[in-house]
Design a protein around this ligand. Structure first.
Ligand SMILES: *[C@@H]1O[C@H](CO)[C@@H](O)[C@H](O)[C@H]1NC(C)=O
Ligand SMILES: *[C@@H]1O[C@H](CO)[C@@H](O)[C@H](O)[C@H]1NC(C)=O
Length: 500
């Protein structure tokens, strides 16, 4: 495959991991279909996006690119942590008796009672909760990982550890974020609004509701542009393709539809689910669609031919949420069976099962740039690292049925729950900087406070929520807020008084 593209600058699509390598000597028919799809898709993507990369003749391998970005972030976090430790030590010498460990910060807990160290995505040496299935991978901290694996443990380890101020409470001050304020309410649906998404050009948004209708709204003006009918039960998921003039929708009628935005008609159906479809996602670089349903499966579809490439089985209850990304794991699902699974889309099987949650996991969100994702359950919100699903940290305190999670480029993670509560978190520190409860619109009864779906617009500056009071609400940052007017209350004792 690389041979055919040698005369042009490296196409990053060609360099995507694994998928293009035939997995074994004998491919199953499904794998052949997938490989064909992959090939056609890469070619199309190349034709479509080739010009985007002309300016970057040496555009690196995508994985390399991510790794670099991640290293930079890790490095920054480390520098910040070291600076913070120094500052804290100085402060402690002035103010506090010695040996007072900081036990908890923000919403996070440390069961061991040890100071929680946060330096970057690699901090997990004390993580007893790491997934069993990923434990064969290194779960040591970055510092330890740099020790040649052949070296003896004890003294070597200590030497390396001594280079870091690892005994001091390394606590990163959370990044400051402005509080978010409601600024617009869109009414028009006659049932719960179950799903929202914003199109890549950031001009309009699409919503799907229990009234079986899909609506398209102007993002700037908030006006209704169009209503699409076709589903015969509640619409549970809508997504706009980032690369085609298509909307994909799925509903409790088991149907998955592709709408052509030029004709506003359904142009394809994807048949296979045996019960209500709960969520869907679109592969960012290949013409693949993933859906998940109450039939405990997720299904991978060839967007063009409507062929089911794989039925992803393994979950034992409703699969509530699915996310798709260009690098492994390319498909992540979460289920009412309280597990999260990471899937190999060539082999069509799950490669990692994360069992840390104890209750149904209804929400997943990818971080837009860090190779991480978050999962939401009534027991906790948890963050994980790709590709292996290594546990990163708990975000504790939103003890409600979390239906939705979303994260913007600025590292603002929002969790939205069944009873209308929303919490805003700083991704890196896991600190909860704001809590709100949605205001039910007149005409609705109180029990109809509920958030079913959320997304940020493409700029990350507007938050859009789909709610049980039949409205869509839009939030933006309060631009009158400053770090002085809304200081980060991040000291644990201060925090308890203010926030609980
Ligand atoms: C995270 O939360 C779970 C409970 O959901 C708990 O068992 C685990 O010990 C916590 N891990 C850390 C590192 O705080
Ligand atoms: C939301 O639900 C959680 C869990 O049931 C509860 O603790 C919390 O008080 C509820 N909040 C509101 C505003 O109803």
């Amino acid at each position: 495959m690389t041979a055919t593209t040698q005369e042009v600058p490296a196409n990053p699509i060609d360099l995507l991991p694994d998928v293009v390598d035939p997995p074994s000597l004998e491919e199953t028919p499904a794998q052949k279909t997938l490989l064909n799809t992959v090939f056609r898709s890469m070619k199309r993507s190349h034709d479509m996006f080739y010009h985007h990369y002309e300016d970057y003749p040496e555009f690196p391998d995508i994985d390399e690119h991510y790794r670099e970005a991640k290293l930079k972030t890790e490095y920054k976090s480390l520098v910040a942590a070291v600076a913070e430790t120094k500052r804290r030590k100085e402060e402690e010498q002035v103010n506090l008796p010695k040996n007072v460990p900081v036990i908890a910060i923000g919403g996070m807990t440390s069961e061991s009672g040890a100071p929680l160290a946060i330096t970057g995505p690699s901090e997990s040496e004390n993580d007893s909760a790491a997934a069993a299935s990923s434990s064969q991978k290194s779960s040591n901290s970055r510092a330890v990982a740099q020790v040649p694996s052949s070296s003896k443990t004890g003294p070597q380890d200590n030497t390396v550890r001594a280079l870091l101020p690892s005994r001091a409470p390394m606590v990163v001050k959370p990044k400051w974020h402005a509080p978010w304020k409601l600024y617009r309410v869109l009414s028009g649906h006659t049932g719960w609004v179950r799903s929202v998404d914003v199109e890549p050009g950031n001009e309009w948004l699409v919503s799907g509701g229990a009234d079986r209708i899909i609506k398209i709204w102007d993002l700037a003006k908030g006006t209704l542009r169009l209503s699409l009918t076709g589903h015969i039960s509640a619409v549970r998921a809508v997504k706009v393709s980032p690369r085609h003039p298509f909307i994909f929708s799925a509903g409790e009628d088991k149907q998955v539809k592709c709408w052509d935005l030029e004709t506003n008609k359904v142009v394809r159906h994807y048949h296979g689910h045996l019960s209500a479809v709960q969520d869907l996602d679109i592969h960012p670089t290949m013409d693949l669609l993933v859906t998940c349903a109450r039939d405990s499966t997720a299904r991978l579809w060839d967007m063009r031919t409507k062929a089911q490439i794989h039925c992803l089985t393994g979950h034992t209850n409703t699969v509530a949420s699915v996310r798709c990304q260009a690098t492994d794991p390319q498909v992540i699902t979460s289920s009412h069976d309280s597990t999260i699974r990471l899937w190999d889309i060539v082999a069509g099987r799950s490669v990692v099962t994360l069992t840390n949650h104890k209750k149904a996991v209804r929400a997943l969100s990818l971080h837009p740039t860090l190779r991480m994702f978050a999962s939401g359950s009534p027991d906790n919100i948890k963050q994980w690292k790709c590709p292996d699903g290594e546990f990163y940290q708990n975000l504790s305190g939103h003890n409600a049925v979390i239906n939705s999670l979303t994260c913007n480029q600025d590292g603002v993670l929002v969790s939205g729950a069944d009873n209308g509560t929303m919490q805003f978190w700083d991704w890196n520190s896991g600190f909860c900087f704001d809590r709100q409860t949605t205001k039910v619109q007149p005409g609705s009864i109180d029990s109809e406070a509920g958030i079913y779906s959320m997304c940020f617009d493409r700029s990350g500056s507007r938050l859009i929520t789909a709610e049980a009071d039949k409205t869509i609400k839009m939030y933006k940052e309060d631009d009158t807020a400053t770090e002085e007017s809304h200081p980060v209350m991040w000291r644990p004792n201060v925090l308890r008084k203010k926030m609980y």
